[in-house]
Write a protein that binds this ligand. Structure first.
Ligand SMILES: NC(=O)C1=CN([C@@H]2O[C@H](COP(=O)(O)OP(=O)(O)OC[C@H]3O[C@@H](n4cnc5c(N)ncnc54)[C@H](OP(=O)(O)O)[C@@H]3O)[C@@H](O)[C@H]2O)C=CC1
Ligand SMILES: O=CCCC(=O)O
Length: 291
């Protein structure tokens, strides 16, 4: 716990994960594109790096939690990025949800400079991040995985090491493809119950006792019935994950009509201006109502 860890990206997830690490006694140097978002972390005891390169220079290993492939690549390859100071003995762990190609590009660049690379996307959202209950899907350099395990054990309830780079990204995309499809079926079910004269709350009670009971229906159902889509997992990121999962389906010639339909619904929701709301706001594409 003595070594300083770097942390890049203090959005919904990054902030919650970093605060949790600080609460457990880890020393962090943080950076965020919008630097003012570092202030709250400083109140929790973090130091601030002016650039990703400055953070990497100071820390044995650095974690990234960025929005999408473009952001993950930019933080590594752009001026003042991770690559400027990565070198032998230093590691970079990308916990963002990206595709395997993005992860491989980052891995090749880091390792060509002598650094170690691990991808480690997570399952679980804002609350599990705050509570250290994420599921970590790591792949890449095993030595870096072992070095980071004390931090993973604080951030998550379970860590998987999935082998070579790309397997973590692929596992995460498969999980989120299933989740996004389920959210669409759930939204349609809530609306169908309501419009056909049933009490949607009773539907939630029935579902919770049925074989398809799951934490997502239980947690998201009640706010969805109130049209409350306060973001935990932004819809724009869920649509990005559907898009990347469908590309993975293309590469492997897997027919995924359910996921494709779900992606269309998320795209429609983004078009309606709902991208920054929780992914459960896809419900509005079925309701067709005003928020
Ligand atoms: N929210 C969730 O429930 C979960 C999210 N994820 C994944 O984790 C990642 C982060 O998600 P989340 O925290 O919700 O997202 P947010 O949108 O809340 O945060 C995104 C972060 O990326 C930064 N960023 C965006 N573009 C750039 C760029 N071009 N250069 C540098 N930094 C950039 C943002 O900086 P700035 O503040 O300046 O905008 C911010 O720090 C995503 O890949 C998401 O899919 C995984 C599991 C759950
Ligand atoms: O990528 C986001 C996942 C959200 C969740 O697992 O609840």
């Amino acid at each position: 716990m003595g070594e300083e860890i770097g942390f890049l990206g203090l959005g919904i997830m990054g902030k919650a994960m970093a605060v949790n690490l600080l609460r457990h006694g880890f020393k962090l140097t943080v950076w965020n594109r919008t630097l003012s978002k570092c202030d709250e972390l400083v109140e929790h005891g973090a130091s601030v790096g002016e650039t990703p390169a400055a953070v990497v220079k100071k820390c044995k290993y650095t974690i990234g939690m960025l929005s999408d492939p473009a952001a993950a690549l930019s933080v590594v390859f752009d001026k003042d990025g991770v690559l400027e100071h990565i070198c032998t003995g230093k590691g970079y762990i990308d916990m963002s949800t990206v595709d395997a190609d993005t992860s491989s590009k980052i891995s090749e660049a880091i390792t060509s400079k002598g650094g170690h690379f691990l991808e480690a996307p997570v399952s679980g959202s804002k609350k599990p991040a705050e509570d250290g209950q994420l599921v970590i899907l790591a792949a890449g350099e095993k030595a870096l995985y072992e070095e980071a395990l004390p931090a993973f054990n604080v951030m998550g309830k379970k860590s998987f090491f999935l082998g070579h780079v790309g397997n973590g990204a692929r596992m995460k995309l498969v999980v989120n493809m299933i989740m996004g499809s389920m959210m669409n079926a759930f939204s349609e079910g809530l609306e169908l119950a309501d419009r056909s004269g049933l009490n949607p709350q009773t539907l939630l009670d029935v579902l919770d006792l049925a074989a398809i009971a799951n934490p997502m229906f239980k947690m998201k159902g009640p706010p969805m019935l109130q049209n409350n889509y306060t973001p935990a997992f932004p819809l724009k990121h869920q649509q990005k994950d559907m898009r990347l999962a469908l590309a993975l389906g293309d590469e492997n010639a897997i027919s995924m009509p359910v996921a494709a339909a779900a992606n269309e619904a998320f795209k429609k929701a983004r078009n309606l201006g709902l991208g920054d709301l929780d992914f459960s706001a896809v419900h509005q594409t079925v309701k067709g109502g005003e928020l």
